[in-house]
Design a protein around this ligand. Structure first.
Ligand SMILES: [Zn+2]
Length: 149
């Protein structure tokens, strides 16, 4: 069975070589739907009995590994020298330096890869991260389901 927890955060970015307005500095209210899948926990004496995973535990992982690292940050491609220099020389900003240009596709993959190990077979039920659906705007999203897609 699959279950999903949704988290949201605010983050700035730019797409350096984009042909249009995306190359300028701007931000989004990002929303990620974190979906995990596995069999139901069948140990009746545990807190998770009858669940794939406790929603609160998904939230805890998503908050620590995604929200708290990205919220009110600015994602910067390590090849974007202008921005790297700007952030180096001015304090008070939360730069999130990454090795990719911050398209929604790449950010979804980055999130997936950063949290997938936290879910691996936690209860002996085959639990795993199934997908990360990342909304960049209210009308645009990408879905990443791991290496195979
Ligand atoms: Zn954007």
């Amino acid at each position: 069975m699959k279950i999903t927890k949704i988290i949201q955060w605010d983050m700035g970015h730019r797409i350096l070589n984009h042909r249009s307005v995306c190359k300028g500095l701007h931000g989004h209210r990002y929303k990620a739907e974190i979906t995990v899948e596995g069999d139901l926990v069948n140990a009746s004496s545990t807190s998770e009995y009858g669940m794939v995973m406790d929603f609160a535990d998904i939230k805890k992982i998503a908050k620590k590994e995604v929200h708290d690292k990205l919220d009110h940050g600015f994602m910067v491609w390590d090849k974007d020298e202008e921005l790297i220099n700007f952030f180096k020389n001015s304090g008070g900003h939360k730069m999130v330096k990454v090795t990719f240009t911050s398209t929604a596709e790449n950010v979804a993959k980055y999130i997936f890869e950063n949290i997938s190990k936290k879910f691996e077979d936690k209860y002996g039920t085959g639990l795993k991260l199934s997908s990360v659906k990342l909304w960049e705007t209210p009308t645009s999203y990408v879905v990443y389901e791991g290496r195979s897609c």
